[in-house]
Design a protein around this ligand. Structure first.
Ligand SMILES: Cc1cc2nc3c(=O)[nH]c(=O)nc-3n(C[C@H](O)[C@H](O)[C@H](O)COP(=O)(O)O)c2cc1C
Length: 275
């Protein structure tokens, strides 16, 4: 898994009838048994069959396999979920498969039943799994156009230096350019891109810009899941750039715009020479 997979990923909602070979399924299953995330949140994955488990989504055409995951309620569980599930999505992408994060447009009752979601558990999202069809459905093409899924907000509206008063241009990002570009290309619920990052020396502070109505009992704070995806992309690209670091809570206490909350910090501890 590296930055090239992050760049290659796009949501897929229209699938062909080509079956997934057993050896590819085995690789994905192995991953779900071993994966850990930097936030220390255990995630339980399950592979589901459309017919056997009675699961479906109104926006998906042609997929017979779905993958869902859940966590037990705990602090920052959304970050861990976002990170682990996105790593799964990237692994599937690198194996030539199509995926799409689905939190809202699913038969949630059926998925939660199939996952055995307990009262202290949350299943934020699922994905279909399969090979992309040659042509997107009309509905999928319209969705992509409405959400501007091929675009992202300008770099300097998402990233800052020192505080929120100083936008960071791509030309000033130095060794953090790759990691920040990969954060920018993260998928997010309805492409809202809630991540706002403040770079302060060797620390990169992650803030969540909340949109009203996106935190629910059934899905948890779905935009915090988006933040977990962004954190995962940052970490993968930092590794590609030879940067060593860890996520920690280290609130810089800087003044943030309305509805914008501190989430986590990536603290850089060094560089691997020759990277
Ligand atoms: C947490 C999360 C939830 C999402 N929920 C849905 C959903 O319910 N239905 C859907 O069609 N797409 C959903 N998406 C997919 C986004 O619309 C998509 O990622 C975004 O438009 C960017 O397009 P891209 O993934 O092709 O880059 C979700 C994405 C994320 C990250």
């Amino acid at each position: 898994m590296d930055s090239s997979t992050i760049k290659a990923r796009k949501s897929v909602r229209t699938f062909s009838d080509k079956p997934i070979p057993d050896e590819i399924m085995a690789k994905l299953e192995d991953f779900t048994k071993q994966d850990t995330n930097p936030f220390g949140v255990p995630i339980t994955f399950r592979f589901l069959d459309r017919r056997r488990d009675g699961v479906s989504s109104p926006v998906i055409v042609g997929a017979n396999t779905y993958v869902a995951a859940k966590y037990r309620r705990q602090e920052d569980a959304e970050l861990g979920f976002g990170c682990s599930f996105e790593r799964f999505v990237l692994l599937a992408t690198s194996l030539g498969l199509g995926t799409v994060w689905l939190a809202a447009t699913i038969d949630r009752k059926a998925f939660e039943r199939a996952m055995g979601v307990g009262s202290d558990e949350v299943m934020p999202a699922v994905t279909p799994l399969g090979y992309a069809a040659d042509k997107r459905s009309v509905r999928e093409s319209l969705m992509r156009r409405n959400m501007k899924s091929d675009e992202r907000a300008p770099f300097e509206s998402l990233f800052f230096r020192g505080d929120f008063g100083h936008p960071l241009g791509e030309g000033e990002a130095g060794g953090l350019l790759g990691p920040l570009q990969m954060v920018r290309w993260s998928p997010s619920a309805t492409n809202k891109q809630p991540w706002r990052l403040v770079v302060d020396g060797g620390r990169v502070h992650f803030f969540e810009r909340r949109t009203k109505g996106y935190a629910r009992e059934s899905t948890g704070d779905i935009q915090k899941v988006d933040m977990g995806i962004a954190a995962c992309h940052f970490q993968i690209a930092a590794q590609d750039a030879g940067l060593v670091g860890t996520f920690m809570k280290s609130d810089p206490g800087i003044e943030a715009p309305e509805a914008t909350d501190y989430v986590t910090t990536f603290a850089i501890s060094g560089e691997v020479s020759g990277a």
